[in-house]
Design a protein around this ligand. Structure first.
Ligand code: TXA
Ligand code: MG
Length: 342
């Protein structure tokens, strides 16, 4: 029952309402196949985490470098236990406070986890997602599910079922995509490595550094000081990026830089008026001045602007502050020049 992956382009993705597709999704996952499903952060491309071959097909479908470990999703803490060698008091406190939710804990792995999941490292990233469809799927399937974001490597993560079909449809024959509507959060989970002291926030998310610190006492942002983990692609400069240049500029600089074939994501009302004269109407998106709503909309706005054939995407620099940290992180990566990171 293997799926055809990676090679010749296909157009086979099937978007099915989550409830109607649940049973088939469970059967496919148990048979070692891929299924895309919604989480509250972004859509994931899932496979049986205990089946190295099934996980290998995730890497093929995404064109993902083998050096990039994947997150394992479980239904409840009991399901996480067999994957973990040492469950610390810090892990317990963070899990109690934030699970189910947009937090990935990097903890020491057990021998049950295939090497390919951890990119050969001695840690595993685990998360209990909060989305009802993801929870239902995990409960029914009864196995841990490895799932990176359901997009080709380096692309912006998908926040709707259609995004998944657009990104992976050409690369996986007959991919089943459970449709659970647009993702609430819209940005990937906060990844915290608690094998380090103090814990390191490897990837910022809507759970802020401050919120993590309240539980752990200390935490710092940034790359972990060792091999496998430091190579976390969430930390690679260019990631989560559209296929066209992205420029993040202050309000005044936007006015000066804007050209007729650009697209514009802006917050300030005062940019609305000049933009209307300068660009086709559909190539401007008004973004919220609230970080949570901005984050929910960001990836779909980037995809939309790219699909409209813009030459560049200009983004008005959003406000700063703890709740904007994940958004600035993603904007920085989206704006990084296209280079190979391997
Ligand atoms: O919100 C999310 O986390 C989504 C949904 C589907 O759960 N998943 C997601 O997966 O964003 P992915 O593979 O696109 O990003 C996972 C990030 C990567 O930066 C990866 O390097 C890091 O988590 N990661 C996973 N396991 C790790 C580990 N053992 N040590 C260090 N970093 C790890
Ligand atoms: Mg990803």
């Amino acid at each position: 029952m293997s799926q055809e992956l990676g090679g010749e382009k296909t157009r086979g993705a099937r978007i099915v309402p989550a409830e109607a597709g649940l049973e088939e999704a469970v059967a496919r996952l148990r048979a070692g196949q891929l299924v895309a499903f919604p989480t509250e952060t972004v859509y994931g491309l899932g496979a049986n985490a205990l089946d190295g071959e099934a996980v290998a097909s995730i890497f093929a479908a995404k064109g993902r470098p083998a050096s990039n470990p994947v997150i394992v999703h479980v239904a409840d803490p009991e399901a996480a236990a067999p994957l973990v060698r040492d469950w610390s008091a810090t892990a317990q406190r963070l899990a109690e406070r934030f699970w189910p939710g947009p937090l990935t804990l990097v903890v020491p792995r057990s021998a049950a986890v295939p090497d390919i999941v951890t990119a050969g490292g001695d840690t595993v990233g685990i998360r209990i997602p909060a989305h009802p469809v993801a929870r239902e799927l995990l409960r029914h399937v009864g196995i841990p599910i490895a799932a990176p974001s359901a997009n080709r490597s380096e692309e912006v993560s998908p926040t709707t079922a259609q995004h998944v079909a657009d990104s992976l449809g050409p690369w996986v024959r007959d991919l089943l995509i459970l449709d659970g509507g647009p993702c609430e959060v819209g940005l990937e989970s906060t990844v915290v490595d608690i094998t380090l002291d103090p814990p390191h926030i490897l990837r910022p998310g809507i759970l802020t550094e401050e919120q993590v610190r309240e539980i752990t006492g200390g935490a710092i942002s940034g790359a972990a000081p060792r091999g496998g983990v430091a190579r976390s692609p969430g930390q690679m400069t260019r990631h989560y990026a559209p296929g066209i240049p992205v420029l993040v500029l202050p309000t005044q600089a936007i006015r000066e830089a804007l050209e007729p074939d650009d697209a514009l994501l802006f917050i300030s009302v005062q940019l609305g008026a000049p933009y209307r004269g300068a660009l086709p109407f559909e190539r401007g998106v008004v973004m919220s001045s609230h970080a949570d709503r901005y984050g929910r909309r960001l990836y779909s706005a980037l995809r939309q602007m790219e699909s409209l054939g813009a030459r560049r995407i200009l983004i008005e620099e959003p406000p700063h502050g703890p709740e904007w940290a994940a958004i600035h992180d993603r904007l920085r990566r989206a704006a990084a020049p296209k280079t190979s990171y391997e």
